[in-house]
Design a protein around this ligand. Structure first.
Ligand code: SF4
Ligand code: SF4
Length: 424
């Protein structure tokens, strides 16, 4: 994506047609072109720093749809990130968001916070969980934190079952991959992690789950924590740039985009090992793409009644990863999946990292439309690759919806001959 400054904006309005926050709010100040113009005014000292300006710049999902469509080549998210940093320096940030940036800077802190959150989930009264909302989502609708972090559980499982054999399907012997699990799979969605592991091992792939990996750093970057990100990048490059690794598998589009696109540029900016960043970036591949590239039809035989599935395409996959159609390709390839595209399959869900928490009303408006359209498909599974989209969309589905949000790997794993019926 080429970059250019806001002065190149020709006011064509293409970005308005794809911007979820503009569409939800309907005012020009919520549009990408207005944000970019305000940033230019600020840079030229035509306007000063203010809480209002901070709010306008922050009320953006960082989805990248505007940059993707902009004929002037403006890289909106990159400019928003820089501007957010300035605004946070001038006006501070909400204490909860500052705490998040602090926690994500060290794996030990994330682990401790996840443990505390799990304890709280266990003791919080049911009525409270139903009534209290975290941003736009009722506490009751939040996923339960993993009992132990996935990476710990996976190591134990792998030690118990080395080189799991598949019934009747000889292993492929593809090679060796490193699995970057991201925070969400490690602490919240172990079902995704085990599905990825089961699939890769079934395919005969040797999987390494580097112990020292940590948060990719993007949530910190989006909240003004540029300095904190340096250490996370260093840590991740050190464990992912290993000898004999053929691919770096990601299950989260944001982590994938970070490793693939942001790390090389940030490594240069921070004076880190740029060769390592480039080597890792070249190997990054999302799990659905990897399955489509290397699995054989017999790896996923039809052993189910037809499952009706719809899909939500995460913005980071559509706008930042090289193979945005990978999950849909997988849905179409799995025999026994009836894939019914939703009307707005490729529009943002309104989750946006912490956006659903910071701007609940805007977020709810965006998500409600998605839920209505997904329900209209009559599907029972709503597949999406991004854990934040999963939290956000799942947050609006109660038991009566008969619709569950899952990762594509979780669906694909149901078709493995050894593992049919595995529950998440
Ligand atoms: S990144 Fe997304 S939400 Fe933000 S201005 Fe661009 S299109 Fe709108
Ligand atoms: S798409 Fe690009 S050039 Fe067109 S109005 Fe938006 S920012 Fe300006």
């Amino acid at each position: 994506m080429a970059d250019s400054y806001g002065q190149n904006c020709n006011k064509c309005g293409f970005c308005l047609s794809v911007c979820p926050t503009y569409q939800a709010q309907g005012t020009e100040d919520a549009s990408p072109r207005a944000r970019i113009q305000l940033i230019d005014f600020f840079s030229d000292h035509k306007i000063g720093s203010s809480e209002k300006l901070k709010d306008i710049i922050s009320k953006c999902l960082m989805c990248g749809s505007c940059a993707n469509i902009c004929p002037a080549g403006i890289n909106h998210p990159e400019r928003y990130v820089r501007m957010r940093e300035k605004m946070i320096r001038d006006h501070g940030d909400r204490p909860e968001i500052k705490s998040l940036v602090y926690l994500l800077a060290k794996e030990s802190r994330i682990r401790m916070a996840a443990g505390a959150a799990r304890m709280a989930q266990k003791i919080v009264p049911h009525v409270f969980a139903e009534k209290y909302r975290l941003g736009s989502i009722a506490l009751k609708q939040f996923p339960v934190f993993n009992k132990v972090p996935f990476r710990t559980a996976a190591r134990k499982a792998m030690a118990r079952k080395p080189g799991k054999k598949s019934k009747g399907v000889p292993a492929l012997k593809y090679g060796r991959v490193a699995y970057f699990t991201g925070c969400a799979t490690n602490y919240l969605f172990e079902d995704t992690g085990f599905a990825v592991l089961d699939i890769l091992r079934h395919m005969g792939v040797e999987v390494i789950i580097p112990e020292t990996q940590t948060c990719c750093g993007i949530p910190m970057l989006f909240h003004g924590g540029r300095e904190n990100v340096k250490s996370n990048i260093n840590t991740n490059l050190a464990c992912l740039d290993a000898q004999g690794i053929d691919a770096v598998i990601v299950d989260c589009p944001t982590c994938g985009a970070a490793l693939k696109n942001d790390y090389p540029a940030l490594a240069e900016e921070f004076g880190l090992d740029q060769d390592a960043a480039n080597r890792v970036a070249e190997k990054v591949v999302d799990i659905s793409t990897f399955i489509m590239a290397h699995a054989r039809p017999q790896d996923f035989p039809q052993n189910h009644e037809t499952i009706r599935v719809t899909y939500h395409q995460p913005c980071h996959l559509r706008n930042h990863m090289p193979s945005p159609g990978s999950a849909q390709g997988l849905l179409n390839a799995l025999q026994g999946v009836e894939y019914i595209p939703a009307l707005d399959m490729d529009s943002c869900c309104g989750g946006g990292g912490t956006f659903f928490y910071e701007y609940p009303e805007v977020s709810r408006g965006i998500a409600n439309k998605k839920v209505t359209n997904a329900k209209a498909t009559g599907a029972n599974l709503w597949v999406t690759d991004c854990p934040v989209c999963r939290i956000n969309l799942g947050g609006y589905l109660d038991d009566s919806a008969d619709l569950t949000v899952v990762h594509p790997a979780r669906l694909a794993a149901q078709f493995l001959p050894d593992l049919k019926g595995r529950k998440g």
